[in-house]
Design a protein around this ligand. Structure first.
Ligand code: SAH
Ligand code: SF4
Length: 442
């Protein structure tokens, strides 16, 4: 979004394809080797475009740019600009400097201070009503498997004033929901002695016109009683927490340097549910961390069954440059990793299906986000198919009747009551509850 914003300010508009554009930015992720490979394969495809049209400007941004720096030239000599993670706000001026250089311009200094200036909201983002707002950058946790501290640098928190200012600007532009973003949001402000994350949430709750507040990602070791209590007291805060556990085995958690135990995690889950009965809890899991035995892995499956996450992102462990874990002994064979990943995903599918099924018949507050490109289901008449999210972050599709009354009722950013009729694997299907419909079924 920051990149799109800077480019829009320079007069760029989105192009339909790489064949038609003047400039292409490949924004990359270095968290797993596969994402990095994908970035290089896309850069490879762009080499052919650049051979046909040498005036095309190729920028590589994000964590792979930061990690590789000058080395990008060896694998992708056609790249014009390597935009490191701390240099994003300088994109405009760096593009001006490009001129007719034969070597790429590389901006990967880690000590570059982050830019805290507030930008006018642009047209980018997944829709016009929901946005991400960065509240902190970097990470100091050094989990043994993770490249983030090396490519994003030290943790720094933005000031509450800058954050509130940005959110108010977004509200003026029609935004109804923000997701406060950071690698470890619940350690916000501690290092700088600004205020706690829970106090920041309280300010966002009381001093802005938002309808919904979300945040991601939280670290279990920094989950305070004050933050747990926020789910009971802050009316705009959505009942959803993404709380990556990574593993259910204490031995693996210690080797990962996660600094909490399985028991501590389960205790936090119980406290969260005590504070807010309907809270959605989602998580990240790594399978096949070096030294993970079958018994360790079964402890992860067991934890999943105890917690019943609403959904999980699960990953096969991937060796990353500079991280301590890449030197750890007892690597888990690829085949074993794949089998463990399948087992985790199959178990979670069963848990998610049961959770979704339990919502059938309930009426959920859904924030309408937009209409789907797919035509509405043929049997359902002439209305449009809408997509939105519940407060617990579940995706809901529903159809309007195509009437003037519905057009009045449903707009992007509006909260609409939807009765859930069908549970799908990754979403829910519902029917709009109209104000004149009979009450009940909640
Ligand atoms: N700061 C967040 C997200 C970090 S990256 C957090 O702490 O949760 C997102 C997820 O990628 C992590 O939670 C972890 O599950 C996964 N991940 C990170 N490094 C990985 C690696 N080397 N191999 C496999 N998965 C990894
Ligand atoms: Fe990586 Fe998250 Fe650990 Fe930071 S807290 S090192 S981002 S997994």
């Amino acid at each position: 979004e920051h990149i799109a914003r800077s480019l829009a300010a320079l007069g760029y508009v989105p192009a339909l394809s790489a064949d038609l554009c003047d400039l292409v930015v490949v924004n990359t992720c270095a968290v797993r080797a596969k994402a990095e490979q994908k970035a290089f394969s896309l850069l490879g495809q762009l080499a052919a475009v650049k051979a046909r049209r040498p005036e095309l400007v190729v920028v590589v941004a994000g964590c792979v740019a930061q990690q590789e720096g000058e080395r990008i030239r060896e694998r992708a000599p056609h790249v014009d600009l390597v935009l490191g993670t701390r240099a994003v706000h300088r994109l405009g001026s760096l593009l001006m400097q490009l001129g007719t250089r034969f070597r790429p311009l590389v901006a990967v200094e880690m000590d570059e201070p982050p830019d805290d200036s507030v930008k006018a909201p642009g047209v980018e983002g997944r829709n016009g009503v929901s946005r991400f707002v960065t509240i902190m950058r970097g990470c100091d946790n050094y989990c043994a498997y993770c490249v983030v501290p090396y490519v994003r640098g030290r943790e720094t928190s933005r000031s509450p004033e800058a954050i509130l200012h940005e959110i108010r600007e977004l509200c003026t532009a029609g935004v109804r929901e923000v997701t406060l973003l950071g690698q470890n949001v619940n350690s916000y402000g501690i290092k700088e002695g600004i205020c706690s994350f829970a106090q920041l949430l309280e300010q966002v709750n009381s001093a802005t016109d938002l309808a919904r507040i979300r945040f991601t990602t939280s670290h279990p070791k920094d989950l305070t009683p004050e933050l747990i209590e926020s789910f009971a007291t802050l009316e705009k805060l959505c009942p959803h927490i993404h709380l990556p556990v990574q593993s259910g085995s204490n031995r693996v958690l210690a080797r990962m340097n996660r600094r909490y135990t399985r028991e501590h995690y389960l205790d936090n889950v119980a406290k969260l549910r005590n504070s807010c009965r309907q809270i959605s809890i989602t998580s990240d899991l790594i399978v096949g961390f070096p030294g993970e035995t079958q018994t360790d892995f079964e402890a992860t499956l067991d934890l999943m069954q105890q917690v019943e996450f609403d959904s999980v992102f699960a990953f096969m462990y991937s060796d990353r440059p500079n991280t301590p874990a890449r030197l750890f002994s007892e690597p888990v064979p690829e085949r074993e990793k794949r089998e463990r990943l399948h087992a985790v995903l199959a178990l979670q599918d069963r848990i998610t299906a049961a959770k979704h099924q339990r919502l059938v018949g309930s009426v959920q507050e859904v924030m309408a986000e937009g209409t789907s490109k797919r035509p509405a289901a043929a049997a359902a008449g002439s209305g449009k198919q809408w997509t939105g999210r519940t407060r617990g972050n579940k995706i809901v599709h529903f159809i309007d009747a195509g009437s003037d009354a519905d057009a009045d009722l449903i707009r992007p950013g509006r909260m609409v009551p939807v009765c859930i009729e069908r549970a799908l694997a990754h979403s829910l299907w519902g029917r709009l509850e109209r104000p004149d419909a009979s009450p009940g079924r909640r």
